[in-house]
Design a protein. Sequence first.
Length: 499
Amino acid sequence: MKKGMRIDPNDTVIVALEPINKGEKIQAGDIVLTVNHDIPKAHKVAIDDIQTGAQVIKYGSVIGEAIAPIKKGDWVHEHNITTCADKIVEYKYEPKHDNLVAPPAKATGTFQGYRRKGQYAGIRNYIAIIPLVYCCNGFVKKLAQVANEIMPGDDNFDGFLPLPHECGCSSSGEDLQRTAKVLAKVGQNPNMGGVLFVSLGCEVSNWDVVKQYIEDFDEKRMKVIKIQDLEDEMETCLQLCKELYGVVSADRRETLTFDRLGIALNCGGSDSFSGITANPLVGRFTEHMVSEGATVVMTEVSEMIGAEQILMERAKDQEVFNDIVNMINYYKEYFWRFGVDVADNVTQGNKTGGLSTIEDKSLGCTQKGGRSMVMDVVQYGGKLRRPGFVLFVGPGNDMVGITGMIAAGTALTIHTTGRGTPCGFAGPTVRVSTNNELFKRKPHWNDFNAGRIVDGEDWDALTQEFYDLILAACNGKYRACNEKSGYYIMGFLRDGATH
């Protein structure tokens, strides 16, 4: 008898927890049925007959409608269901706040972090080296390498962090301003004890453009250099690095309350286990952190579509509800402007992993928020404003969305994945595997295995173990896989002409 899972009592499908051959039986609780096709692991099986045009239910919500008759025991996937998400919807605020988790009046949780001038604190003490244009990428990486050899990291200094990117030239208007805003705000992220901005000298995202988004410029901790003007750019920049090091290396951790901690959530390379293991685990963690006063931020708006009504019901008030509606409709219109269907977000890798529609993906994605009240919506290029569970207006693209959340002030990224990725972002990235096979195959990519949930391990014990891991990462006692490998990158939302 093969194992399956019915996520919600109202579901019309069950999820195969292991591969099943045609004619074999699958059991999910009291449900036992014979499958009519070979069923890949993590894919869906119909519990009863589903007629053409009928809704297909998973997570207790609609994930699409049948485009052909589906028999009990059939494989349910993109060949016989389709999305219902490609339309503008008239939403009404109908709050459902029972049993939601909201931040306390005063934060109770504490961590060991680096106090900065703003509200949010750092959990690392980097000196970032940020090029204002991609032309400087090679030099910036070489500069960081040399600087780290001369001034290596220790318990109080996490090293020189080069952050190459693909932007900085041949753009204009809002597209240029958006790039400049994120460049400035990444440099002011609380993990950055200091920053050296490296300008080539002829780029459009020059210092005059970027500096308008710098808040409270501190010449002791922020340096700017134009290398076209220098005889020996390495010697001059190393001198600036030494000046920054003299200040930053004196920083020390102190006990701070959770209202100074911002954590980003993201998922990438999702599979059908994402919404069963890793994302619900992170959702429990989110509830815990919010209840103790932290700010936990989730983006991937294109992967909220199909589950947006759940988030809207959890908005703390009419204003936040309106912000969520505007966020969802903006992204739908953004896709249509380029002739793209909203449903196209589901990738081939997602489909191989068992996800059939954008609703199927989104209902799993939004599990990362748990049952937390939505306290705020932050625009791309904006900053965190209040504690609690917050939505960030960014795309499903990991590099772009996570960079935006880091620019907003988050100090740690939690990234769930079912397919696997080694990518790191502009800071510590704790990666959570959705399944046992991925964790066993790629232990150097993944920091935590949520796949143990399907083996019957206790939810509460795993949640506590995960909480302890994240707190250790925040306190500097645990280094994520991306940190050990030295994998860092950032990217920007582009929406304009390239000259």
